[in-house]
Write a protein that binds this ligand. Structure first.
Ligand SMILES: Cc1cc2nc3c(=O)[nH]c(=O)nc-3n(C[C@H](O)[C@H](O)[C@H](O)COP(=O)(O)OP(=O)(O)OC[C@H]3O[C@@H](n4cnc5c(N)ncnc54)[C@H](O)[C@@H]3O)c2cc1C
Length: 455
């Protein structure tokens, strides 16, 4: 196919989440033709699954400026920039109106199952760059379709591939068999059915990021609402508790993010949760009606009723197998981006400005953006995704000057020299490459590891 014909093809955007919809708005703004393919039956399908969680970013930080421009003629009114939406608010008051404004440029119930160069598997060099992309789609009703694309922006997030409980990154022995008692999501305790699952029970919460903090704080609130009685949590961390375990607190430049850590700290201090440190989950054994967590060092915890695993997410790369991607070995993020977001080095939540250049792959014309671009790295912010898509779309449009001019200052977590604050495996070094002062304010009453994680 000649270059002119390829240029007339749409740019396929995978996923109608915050990053994908923003990418589509930027494409429209530049006179390019986006085709957004969304696996869910509604735009923002992933965000809607955590509707009950309140963002730590205010409205002013989660609306893309070019999307706002597209929305303006529709009469859309921007929510108060200083208030904090829930995931449900974000979807209803921004993502859905934006999807409506994009109209039939979005196809719902359309899962991307593969992307390749037309007629070329990943091995073939001949005329590779002269071929458009072929995107394989499977619709909810089972129909299949192929569409051609001039470029592909993969904004499919990581929500559908949460990390398992196993300390080695694989499911712990017995984890799959205990699936009926394990959740990988922050529970919505306002939902009566979910509330009944955890009320008066003992729950193990595994993980050390914002979602684990939210879960611990929610379980503590549930315990208090019942007079503190039997609702208890065992909080399981791979690393030791240190001054930055609970995030940056008041030093966090996003106050609501800092407050999440403080709420988790209160849950521990007030005795609603016992912290068990240095625990790398090896097995989950069913003992009668309860579950026993076993560590790699042989430690066995007291039985619990439920387990909530919040150890972060990982990208689904399966449908990109026929493309030549350049991904970092550890983080599974684009190779040039990885050193800029590596939690071993950048624990403050600092992210150096990056755009199309750092997001490029050996396969020209393919970009991973949004949450997926971070691979397994923590602390992704919507703001980062909006700047990424601005730069990537400029590159696709041939505006190199704009693509290279990346300006983004992100709020720091106020935590340095340890892992970031997002959901993650929590054993990155505690003394690696600090870039701001380590907070000392957050000393808690659980300095020594709990012996058995009693419930
Ligand atoms: C609980 C939680 C709280 C967060 N709070 C904040 C916050 O306060 N501030 C902040 O800045 N960030 C926050 N984040 C991080 C981040 O900004 C959000 O996760 C954001 O939703 C990421 O947007 P995204 O578009 O990259 O991915 P997603 O929102 O995950 O969207 C990806 C979309 O792609 C679709 N999809 C997946 N696979 C396919 C496929 N194969 N084919 C087609 N479609 C597919 C999904 O259905 C989904 O709709 C939070 C994240 C979580 C999980």
């Amino acid at each position: 196919m000649n270059v002119t014909a390829i240029d007339q093809l749409p740019v396929v955007v995978v996923g109608a989440g915050p990053a994908g919809l923003a990418a589509a708005a930027h494409l429209v703004d530049r006179g390019l033709d986006p085709l957004v393919l969304e696996a869910g039956t509604q735009a923002g399908a992933a965000v809607r699954e955590w509707s009950h969680v309140r963002l730590f970013s205010a409205w002013g930080e989660v609306v893309d400026p070019v999307a706002e421009k597209l929305l303006a003629p529709t009469g859309w009114v921007k929510p108060d920039a200083d208030t904090y939406p829930t995931g449900g608010d974000w979807a209803a008051a921004y993502l859905q109106p934006l999807a409506d404004a994009l109209g039939d440029r979005i196809r719902l119930d359309a899962r991307v199952t593969g992307i390749s160069r037309t007629g070329r598997d990943r091995v073939v060099d001949a005329d590779r760059e002269q071929q458009p992309f072929t995107v394989h789609i499977r619709y909810g009703d089972g129909r299949e379709e192929r569409v051609l694309a001039r470029a592909v922006i993969d904004a499919s997030g990581t929500w559908s591939t949460p990390s398992p409980a196993g300390g080695d990154g694989l499911p712990a022995l017995g984890e799959r068999a205990a699936a009926d008692r394990i959740s990988y999501r922050v529970p919505d305790l306002k939902d009566p059915a979910v509330r009944a699952r955890y009320a008066g029970r003992c729950t193990a919460v595994i993980g050390s990021g914002a979602s684990a903090f939210t879960a611990l704080a929610s379980l503590a609130a549930l315990a208090k609402s019942q007079g503190g009685a039997d609702t208890r949590a065992t909080w399981i961390l791979r690393r030791a508790i240190s001054g930055n375990t609970f995030g940056g607190g008041s030093a966090d430049q996003l106050p609501a993010r800092g407050a999440l850590g403080l709420a988790a700290k209160a849950a521990v201090d007030e005795g609603h949760a016992d912290a068990v440190t240095g625990f790398r989950t090896d097995a989950i054994e069913r003992v009668g009606e309860r579950l026993v967590l076993v560590a790699e060092d042989g430690r066995r915890l007291d039985p619990v009723d439920e387990v909530i695993v919040l150890t972060g997410f990982r990208p689904d790369l399966s449908f990109l197998d026929e493309l030549r991607l350049g991904l970092d070995d550890r983080l599974q993020a684009p190779v040039e981006l990885a050193p800029l977001i590596d939690p071993n080095q950048h624990s403050c939540g600092t992210v150096y400005p990056h755009g199309a250049k750092e997001l490029a792959h050996p396969e020209a014309g393919v970009y991973l953006v949004g949450m997926k671009s971070y691979g397994r790295a923590p602390s992704f912010l919507a703001l980062t995704g909006y700047e990424q898509v601005r730069s990537v779309v400029a590159a696709i449009a041939g505006d190199r000057e704009s693509a290279e001019r990346v300006e983004l200052v992100l709020p720091e977590t106020g935590v340095c020299g340890g892992a970031g604050l997002f959901d993650q495996p929590d054993d990155t070094p505690t003394d690696g490459g600090g870039c701001c002062a380590t907070p000392t304010a957050l000393q808690i009453g659980v300095g020594a590891p709990a012996a058995s994680g009693g419930c």
